[in-house]
Ligand binder design. Sequence first.
Ligand code: ASP
Length: 301
Amino acid sequence: MGGLIGLRGVDRGHLDDLLDRGEVYAKQVASREPPSAELDGRIVATAFFEPSTRTRLSFEVAATHVGARVMTFTPETSSTAKGESLKDTMLTLAAIGADVLVVRHGARGVPALAEHWTGLPVVNAGDGRGEHPTQALADALTLRQHFGSVSGLRMGIVGDVRNSRVARSLLWSLPTLGVEIVLVGPSPLLPEANPWDAEVSTELDPVLPGLDVVYMLRMQLERGAAAGLPGLTGYPARYGLDDERMERLAADAVVMHPGPMNRGVELGQRAADGPRSLILDQVRNGVPMRMAVLADCMGHE
Ligand code: ASP
């Protein structure tokens, strides 16, 4: 029994198992089959110390689809507001009866600490600039459904790569599945180190026509993304996936974004809402993929 803190070091076999399981659940959810019972009667606690729409709600739906009950902790309306420490909060959730913790926090490493403190399986729902493993898995499932296989695809991750935990989880997993990644953005938004040996470009236009997948990122202003940039005004003109750039995509290329989108900044209407957009499929696949991860936490095959 173990949680999922990140995708770094997760081998191909485990990634394939999770995706296979996600694919089965996706069909089950789509055909409105009755919920599975892998987590029958267990309690999944969600503790989000940063805002979330997709991730928290899809974890909660996923938990109920595998038979669990959900305990939602919200820091703003809980004793965190009275000064209770993070550790005491986590131990409290465990003492009340949580079997699995789903944790999001602005500081990298908090989900791993929560696992250490409580001994419970913890799923990282996004930790600062660390990782966001279930987003990358939902994205991999989305690509697998769309293209049949992800191996051999060329993906451009465009924008604020430096501050993106989604980019990190994609970089730690998709190349293991055979995806080639090129990172695109202005120098201050590209990662300081490149342990993935990913190709890097400060210009979008030359790489755009060669991409199968254009993965747009939101500027993480809450993590100081604007600090190194001379001004944000030129950003959409140089890096935004606007209607004109959509004309220059390869014939079968698709557009992805983890949400929330800032329309008019990193992408325009055709990119977001047009037939090439997989953005709502990414959201949809968050449910079966998180079902798979929760079931995996409980050690069910
Ligand atoms: N929702 C993703 C995250 O929590 C992406 C973003 O916020 O831009 O990291």
